[in-house]
Design a protein around this ligand. Sequence first.
Ligand code: MG
Ligand code: FE
Length: 169
Amino acid sequence: MASPNERLVQWLRDAHAMEEQAETMLSQTAERLEHYPELKRRIEQHAEETRRQAERLKTCLERLNGGSSAFKDAAGKMMGVGQAMSGLFAGDEVVKAALASYTFEHMEIASYRSLIATADQCGDAETRRVCEENLAEEEAMAKWLGDNLSDVTRAYLAREAAPETTSKH
Ligand code: MG
Ligand code: FE
């Protein structure tokens, strides 16, 4: 059995690993979106936000650990590394990537809501504030993706229907 404070630290570490994975994923996705400039721009913006989210979580963890910056999230960090790919998206991968991003943002939203409840249980107002800040960015990103999934899909279908562009999407 762990105390709420131990869970808070553990789940903050999980969130930090999630953000490191997100940053890798978003950066790699953005590189492959040459033909989808709006999606590319929004993903690049969120990659930048994600770097700051990870920093905020790190600051929280350091405060809770009494200044120690040692936390074990190397596993989460590695998850994204093996997925490095070059070139543009092939076939319908751009649509799949948009769906995966939408799903990932909702996982982040769920994580921060759970962390906020845990922070409240621990009376940790600063962690609540940080998680609310990150949560607002995840919600904005999820909304943008939700609002733009149809456009991305239509743009993909239009490119696929144009004979001269069928090889690259
Ligand atoms: Mg995030
Ligand atoms: Fe996010």
